[in-house]
Design a protein around this ligand. Structure first.
Ligand code: NAP
Length: 288
């Protein structure tokens, strides 16, 4: 088992270190507040006194701190320790920050992978959760077996910004989906249906929605949206029923109002008879 260093022992960094220990990796840890290392040290982790000391003992370093500025501040004083190391940065950030970081690490002689964690801490270590990576393929391939201790490693390409770009896109999808689910939960809840009763039905519906996404992805890529299933205009009428039902029950309608407005813009631009996938024309600004 390869030895690994983990920098940052917040909620997420602690979960990462614990997953590495669970798989038997000799794990060295460092955190600004050293007391957070205690549960990991009890499980066999070695606590380093400084980031440089922690980096020196392992060929692979995983970092998960608050943001990229914090990471730079933590590493800058002992940056010479990075030479020859593989550095995997799982701190959340913007694609541009990942690109700048890749240059910074490269100029200090380190191989750099940027990553994004697609779970909350309790999911870390599960083979069903995705960890997204971008950067040099050779670096990813070399460390993939170790990174698999954290979750399923998904490689997105050489551009270091890709993992952060996907992260942003997927979080947007999550927030839209969860807000849509909560809106539906509030709607049926107004008629005394518990969330736990509504949710299994909602989850079955999401499986059908999954199939829509696969079909519409091909349409988006082709730039043609045959309205042979449900047209934009049909869905504008349908969302009116949602708005009416929610308004009658005192449920906030900001979310469906935005969705209706976007569909109406697509329709006004000549996509009323197209499939819902034509809404991409509004979102990309091509209808403006
Ligand atoms: P957290 O519990 O607040 O931990 C923050 C970490 O950053 C701690 O190790 C903290 O050290 C360190 N830190 C903050 N300011 C610092 C400074 N000025 N100097 C040195 N170290 C500093 O946050 P978290 O939930 O673990 O999140 C960490 C990263 O993972 C974030 O980028 C977050 O977006 C990302 N992430 C989190 C989740 C999640 O579900 N939690 C999911 C995906 C991605 P101290 O312990 O000394 O304060």
């Amino acid at each position: 088992m390869n030895s690994v260093t983990v920098l940052g022992l917040g909620t997420m960094g602690s979960a990462l270190a614990a997953a590495l220990l669970d798989r038997g990796h000799p794990t060295t840890v460092w955190n600004r507040s050293a007391e957070k290392a205690a549960p990991l040290v009890e499980r066999g982790a070695r606590l380093a006194a400084t980031p440089e000391e922690a980096i020196a003992v392992s060929p692979l370093v995983v970092a998960c701190v608050l943001d990229y500025d914090v990471l730079r501040a933590v590493l800058e004083p002992g940056a010479e320790s990075l030479r020859g190391k593989a550095f995997v940065n799982l701190t959340s950030g913007a694609p541009e920050q990942a690109q700048t970081a890749a240059e910074w690490f490269g100029s200090r002689g380190a191989d750099y992978l940027d990553g994004a964690i697609m779970t909350t801490p309790e999911g870390v270590g599960g083979s069903d959760v995705m960890f997204l990576y971008s950067g040099p393929r050779t670096v990813f391939d070399a460390h993939r077996p170790t990174l698999a201790a954290l979750g399923d490693p998904v490689y997105l390409g050489a551009d270091p910004g890709r993992a952060s770009l996907y992260d942003a896109a997927l979080l947007g999808l999550m927030w839209s989906t969860m807000t849509g689910w909560l809106h539906g939960t509030a709607l049926v809840g107004a008629e005394k249906t518990p969330a736990a009763e509504f949710t299994p039905v909602a989850i079955r519906w999401l499986a059908t929605v999954n199939r829509f996404l696969t079909r519409y992805a091909a349409q988006v890529d082709a730039g043609r949206y045959p309205g042979d299933d449900a047209t934009v205009d049909v869905q504008i009428a349908a969302i009116g029923h949602l708005l009416h039902a929610a308004a009658s029950r005192g449920v906030d309608n900001a979310l469906p109002a935005v969705l209706k407005s976007t569909m109406e813009q697509a329709s006004a631009a000549g996509h009323g008879s197209d499939s819902f996938a034509a809404v991409i024309e509004v979102l990309t600004g091509r209808t403006a």
